[in-house]
Design a protein around this ligand. Structure first.
Ligand code: FAD
Ligand code: FES
Length: 281
């Protein structure tokens, strides 16, 4: 069993938990993830390792309440325990000095990009971070991102904070004006696909962290398969990071859509769900 040592709500329906898992805390590196299961009957859910504190044996996860398991996880309290917490899984991010890095994240992707930019900054890269959200209520980790970025830009679709528009509008401006050595993107599939299209045209190396449906996380079940440069890969063991310009985006998108149709999950079905303030009429 894995104990929840600290619990904080850091944004609208976004929670930060510190879990006591000393082996993972000791071994995890930026870009890796865990798969948790709340109890024997629970489904397996992948979450990025947002931070580790090896001395205290703590692993931080940051998650958005989006469906059954994340709602259940959010209902637990400090002192409660969860059944399984397996990791670190996946390959770590390749950390080296590239020069100028643009990191693009959408939604809760801000939590996933933070450990990556932190390591990239440590080795001397200039970090330009672009964080997108639907509205200001959904922006998280402002101070932490600021600390690890040379330039931090917020973009909201409705203009309630930062620049009004989409992360891709801002990215386009930057790549047209400045020499960029690598782009790192994490977030919704359609966002990562759009980023990839912009950087492909400019021949800028781009890494994306993919989020297909995962079950076992060991390369056995095939749920997370993605096609990269015509070759079938399993995101859990071969990824989750891949060269964006080789990803078969349409296939990834349609596999995720298929899952949504199967699940018929609607946030309205959850009686506790409330839209963020910016969307209240
Ligand atoms: C490697 C990896 C790292 C991730 N890291 C994080 C993280 O740090 N923080 C975080 O909040 N989320 C992260 N996710 C997404 C997270 O796993 C899903 O939000 C979660 O599985 C939803 O489970 P649920 O039972 O609450 O929702 P479900 O009831 O299973 O689904 C609710 C909705 O979420 C969508 N969904 C389900 N699984 C995924 C998925 N894997 N990716 C995107 N959408 C999904 C469904 O299509 C559905 O519309 C990550 C996913 C992967 C593959
Ligand atoms: S999650 Fe089963 S093969 Fe990747």
């Amino acid at each position: 069993m894995y104990k929840i040592v600290n619990k904080r709500e850091i944004g609208h329906k976004v929670h930060s938990y510190e879990i006591y898992a000393p082996e993972i805390a000791k071994n995890a590196r930026a870009g890796q993830f865990v798969i948790f299961r709340i109890n024997d009957k629970g489904e397996r859910v992948p979450l990025t390792i947002a931070q580790t504190k090896p001395k205290e044996g703590l692993v931080k996860i940051i998650f958005q309440e989006i469906g059954k398991s994340t709602f259940h996880l959010a209902s637990l309290n400090e002192g409660d325990s969860i059944r399984d917490f397996v990791g670190p899984l996946g390959h770590p991010t390749e950390i080296k000095k590239y020069g100028t890095v643009v990191a693009v994240a959408g939604g809760v992707g801000a939590a996933e990009v933070l450990p990556v930019i932190k390591e990239l900054k440590k080795v001397g890269n200039k970090i330009i971070t672009i964080i997108g959200a639907r509205c200001k209520d959904l922006i998280i980790l402002e101070d932490e991102l600021e600390q690890e970025s040379d330039i931090l830009l917020f973009v909201t679709n409705d203009g309630t904070s930062g620049i009004k528009g989409f992360v891709t509008d801002v990215l386009k401006n930057i790549v047209n004006k400045e020499q960029i050595d690598i782009v790192y993107a994490i977030g919704p599939v359609l966002m990562m696909k759009a980023v990839s299209e912009i950087t492909k045209e400019k021949h800028i190396k781009t890494i994306v962290s993919l989020n297909p449906i995962m079950l076992d996380g060991t390369g056995m079940c095939g749920a997370c398969r993605v096609t990269v440069r015509g070759v079938m890969k399993f995101a859990c063991v071969d990824g989750p990071e891949f060269d964006a310009h080789g990803v078969h985006w349409e296939e990834l998108h349609s596999r995720l859509e298929l899952f949504k149709n199967f699940e018929k999950v609607s946030l309205d079905n959850f009686k506790n769900y409330k839209e963020c303030r910016c969307h209240k009429k």
